[in-house]
Design a binder for this molecule. Structure first.
Ligand code: GDP
Ligand code: MN
Length: 391
């Protein structure tokens, strides 16, 4: 589970990681009120979305007075924010975090991750923190150093300080940074995090360290050990459509293309999208209908695609197995079409259990579909129709 910035910061702060004084607000008026509680000389208004890259996209704005905090919040709340890390449709901003602005002298980067080969927490650090970190690190991975911090053995503060000094952190301030890292590492292990990233970790003119931005990811496989996190499950990193889909036993991820895909199974979904792209097409979504989904739930997923103006055509790719039979999915598609004005053409590749029955069902309900026997043929036809413009 990806925590939003304010959740990430609040969790880290419980372990002694220093953060600016801040409050969450869901309306512009609330944002104004909240900053009266903060009482700073200057404020920062930050869009709370799952994706990063907000700074370069207008999702982090400075404001000198509570009134201008309200104006900035007004400009963000309820509107989509498109960053380098979102799709081109962006993520809708449901809330903003208002903070006392920090007087930053220098930006650094630290993160705790799980090293995939050892399975142990590893500290990443760089002196090139800030909004350009991802770009810089992609160009030159050498700007990031790493230090293994195995779970059982508490890494001494001196070891961390020496590592940070080697990385290029200013030697007269490394102790404070090491303490911050140690606190973050405790939070990381205690809460089964897979990522705790602080970027920027800011050094103020007074020589203090403060986490100006933070991103925490909790390990979903360990959620049974943390019933306390249930309340955080607002899934603020999902779009409204993705949330509706998940409530209906469908894993949906919106993409940028124009071919809506209805697929059962995550592996089949990925393969379908790969094949579409190889054939010169562009999927509008990734879909994985879980085996427990009923035809009513599947209908909800298909409705989301029919309601998406980008989608020009639907590729229905179902491999009926022991759990999901083709006719369950066909029934869902037919139900969605019966309720929608927009009857997009369908290219159907139905195989496995009840494939014939499903085809008959689509025919009986007079759906605008063409059948193809193999996935390859279905993909080619879908790409062709999408390029013609569909309907
Ligand atoms: P991100 O772009 O989504 O990672 O959002 P951040 O929270 O990292 O904010 C982007 C950038 O805004 C940071 O890298 C800082 O340069 C700047 N910023 C954010 N908060 C403050 C602040 O309190 N003071 C100052 N001076 N800069 C800030
Ligand atoms: Mn950041």
């Amino acid at each position: 589970m990806i925590l939003s910035e304010h959740q990430s910061k609040e969790l880290l702060a419980q372990y002694g990681v220093r953060i600016p004084d801040g409050r969450l607000a869901r309306t512009a008026e609330e944002a104004e009120q909240r900053c009266r509680e903060i009482r700073a000389e200057k404020y920062v208004v930050k869009a709370q979305i799952g994706a990063g890259g907000r700074g370069l996209a207008g999702g982090v704005r400075f404001a000198a007075t509570p009134t201008s905090v309200r104006d900035e919040a007004e400009r963000m709340i309820g509107k989509p924010l498109v960053t380098e890390q979102t799709s081109s449709a962006g993520e809708t901003v449901a809330s903003v975090y208002v903070e006392a602005a920090v007087d930053i002298a220098e930006d650094y980067y630290v993160a705790l991750v799980i090293d995939p080969s050892s399975g142990q927490p590893t500290l990443l650090a760089s002196t090139t923190g800030g909004v350009d970190f991802e770009k810089t690190a992609r160009r030159d991975p050498g700007v990031v150093d790493s230090l293994s911090m195995p779970k059982g053995a508490k890494t001494p503060a001196e070891t961390i300080a020496a590592f940070l000094a080697d990385t290029g952190f200013p030697s007269k301030s490394v102790e404070g940074a090491a303490e911050m890292v140690q606190n973050a590492a405790r939070a990381f292990v205690d809460n089964d995090m897979t990522l705790a990233e602080i970027n920027p970790l800011a050094l103020t003119a007074q020589g203090d360290w403060i986490a100006v931005d933070a991103k925490v990811i909790l390990d979903d496989n360990a959620s049974f050990r943390h019933p306390e996190f249930e309340a955080l499950r607002g899934r603020n990193d999902w779009s409204a459509d993705e949330r509706v889909a998940h409530q209906n036993e469908i894993n949906l991820v919106k993409l940028d293309g124009n071919i809506g895909v209805v697929v059962n199974g995550a592996g089949l979904g990925l393969a379908t999208n790969d094949m579409l792209i190889d054939a010169g097409g562009a999927p509008a979504n990734f879909m994985d209908i879980r085996t427990t989904a009923t035809s009513f739930q599947i209908a909800r997923g298909v409705e989301l695609l029919l309601a998406d103006p980008k989608v020009r055509i639907i590729l229905l790719n179902v491999h009926g197995g022991g759990m999901t039979a083709c006719d369950t999915v066909a029934e869902g598609v037919a139900f969605a079409y019966s309720r929608s004005e927009r009857k997009l053409p369908i290219v159907a590749r139905l195989a496995g259990q009840s494939a014939d029955w499903a085809t008959r069902l689509l025919k009986d309900r007079r759906l605008p579909f063409e059948s193809r026997d193999t996935l390859g043929e279905a993909v080619r036809r879908a790409v062709e129709l999408a390029q013609k413009g569909g309907k």
